[in-house]
Design a protein around this ligand. Structure first.
Ligand SMILES: O=C(O)CCC(=O)C(=O)O
Length: 269
């Protein structure tokens, strides 16, 4: 007899075509995965993080979240808030939401996930924040003993919930289709904080192949650790905030990420 799966759950699970696109093309988008009330609640958490940052003089851990700060023209820049959920319980609730964890469990082929990222990106207009061309594996595998590809297909999925309209001028995500099949390539020593946007050009990489992602509040992207991607300065008049939740197969990650309660384990039945 077939097991009865509630209607909502059938929508939560990825279809075979989406799984194929994730591995072959490198990313998938689920439109309006979170509704506007939920997006508003996430934005309220971001407002709170922004108020906290305004009272901080330097990069560091504050109330459970790690603030990475900089300066541009004498103004504070919020480069990112690592383990944003450490000070914002609602963001942790979102990180455990089945709309994220069920697809990630399918993609990782694991019913237990280690959540290693709960990260807030603000990209305020003209704040100079960029994420040069890279693959996320560069930030997961930092050398011997830090990472094991336990499932043989990357062992990591990054999700990105769009909180403000992502337009061509607001520093949108860009992806190179098919880069998910490259394995790890050498983009050089990418550091989120460095000014250059490409440090080394792997032979497979052609910037003209990149696809610019436009998306609306609540839309959610899922991409793998080898997908080449970047995003540049926000030159629009509005914020371009995103909430990133990232999940690894248990046993893949051997590093400790900053933030209270980071690297928690989530079970997905
Ligand atoms: O917020 C963004 O646009 C960039 C995200 C990104 O590149 C990353 O988290 O790896």
């Amino acid at each position: 007899m077939d097991t009865l799966i509630p209607h909502q759950e059938t929508e939560t699970r990825l279809h075979a075509q989406e799984i194929e696109d994730f591995f072959e093309t490198g990313w998938i988008t689920r439109k309006a995965l979170f509704d506007l009330d939920e997006v508003d609640r996430m934005r309220t958490c971001f407002d709170d993080l922004e108020r906290m940052a305004a009272n901080l003089a330097a990069t560091g851990l504050h109330s459970g979240s790690h603030f990475v700060l900089g300066q541009k023209n004498g103004q504070q820049v919020i480069k990112r808030v690592v383990w944003a959920g450490g000070s914002q319980p609602y963001l942790l609730q979102v990180g455990a939401d089945r709309r994220l964890t069920v697809p990630c469990s399918q993609l990782l082929r694991s019913t237990v996930l280690e959540q290693i990222l709960s990260q807030a990106h603000f990209k305020r207009p003209y704040d100079g924040v960029i994420f040069g061309w890279h693959q996320d594996i560069q930030h997961r595998d930092k050398g011997p003993g830090t990472w094991d590809d336990v499932n043989g297909s990357g062992s990591f999925v990054q999700t990105l919930i769009v909180l403000d309209e992502m337009t061509p001028d607001s520093g949108p995500l860009m992806f190179v289709p098919g880069s998910s099949r490259w394995g790890r390539v050498d983009f050089g020593e990418h550091d989120y904080d460095s000014p250059g946007y490409i440090h080394r050009k792997p032979p497979q990489f052609r910037e003209e192949d990149a696809i610019t992602i436009t998306a609306g509040p609540g839309d959610t992207l899922f991409f793998g650790p080898y997908t080449a991607h970047a995003s540049f300065e926000n030159r629009s008049q509005h914020y371009r905030r995103v909430l990133i939740n990232g999940y690894a197969c248990p046993g893949a990650n051997h590093r400790v990420y900053p933030g209270d309660g980071s690297c928690r384990e989530l079970s997905v039945d």
